[in-house]
Ligand binder design. Sequence first.
Ligand SMILES: Nc1ncnc2c1ncn2[C@@H]1O[C@H](COP(=O)(O)OP(=O)(O)OP(=O)(O)O)[C@@H](O)[C@H]1O
Ligand SMILES: [Mg+2]
Length: 343
Amino acid sequence: MIGTDIAIDLGTANFRLYMDGRGVVVNEPNIVAVETDSEQIVAIGREAYEMLGRTGARVRVVRPMHGGVIADFSLMDAVIRHYLKQVNTSRVFMPRVVVTVPSGITEVEKRAVVDAVAANGVRKICLLEGPLAAALGAGIDVAKPRGTMLVTLGAGMSDAGVVSLNRLAASRSIPVAGDAFDDAIIKYVRRKFDLVIGERTAEEAKRTAGCAYPMKQGKVFPLKGRDLKSGLPSRVEITSDQLLEAIVEPAAQVVRMIQTTLEETPPELMADIAGEGILLVGGSAYLNGFDQLLSKTTKLRVHVLEEPEGYAIRGAASAVKMIDKAKFNPKNGDRATPLIAYY
Ligand SMILES: Nc1ncnc2c1ncn2[C@@H]1O[C@H](COP(=O)(O)OP(=O)(O)OP(=O)(O)O)[C@@H](O)[C@H]1O
Ligand SMILES: [Mg+2]
């Protein structure tokens, strides 16, 4: 097992782990079920996800990350430990790891990621910022002096960056993405229909009938929940137009963040982007019409890449080959690679 290198995409919704020579070996919800009395972990990943919204007070189901950053350090540590053990990385020949982080997270937040991974016995840790990971995942040569704009719409975080010369020439991120859309739907349904629905129902409605731009042929989604007044089970139907109304505000926030990133992009790189358009990845890139909304507001072409949720882990996986060249520089890397070597 000498030279086991791995890549981890620490996502707010999903935990992904790649092992050199074996491919993506873990792709599971980043979620933990904890027994309330004993604080013991009873399930991790898919099994815990199935319990979401279905447990009583005895077990709580929590996500270790929120808004793209670690919210509960000890739970995140437990998840990493669980999966490293599952894929059987050697404790003797400790692995080297590339971990994705959103661009623009604070030093303290970065440090938490490094510490959570380091606590589980690794030899070297390199961080890779979201837009660079996405670009590498899309097969783009990020070392070239050519600008490409990648926007990742995840669950907790939207991250926009212009990559060039192994770095981000401009970047912005905000903790508004898929989770914020789900929350907005929950609030809207409560306000409009006096109906209380769970996260999973809101997410399903979003995936099935949601949109960020008016759809030519809208859909209808049946919502089951609890009536706010009577407290009894109740159901209503929600249309695509109503779902659009629900998520229009957080979607606009993401668009504004992308516009700001464009405004901060050096003119030469802007010319490259005008030619190529914006590349959209991350699970929330599936959201109907977000590409149209963005294209309309920026006047640029927008391409949703195929199977958009897999780019970060694929990019981190290809960066594993660059670990040897990455020199220690926790501040901003060394430009020889897109990696930020921590130790
Ligand atoms: N068809 C769909 N329509 C709209 N949203 C979708 C669809 N499929 C998945 N999503 C959303 O994609 C998000 C998950 O994407 P992804 O796996 O990229 O997030 P993550 O990497 O875990 O989070 P982050 O990068 O923000 O920390 C969820 O919010 C989910 O609801
Ligand atoms: Mg992600």
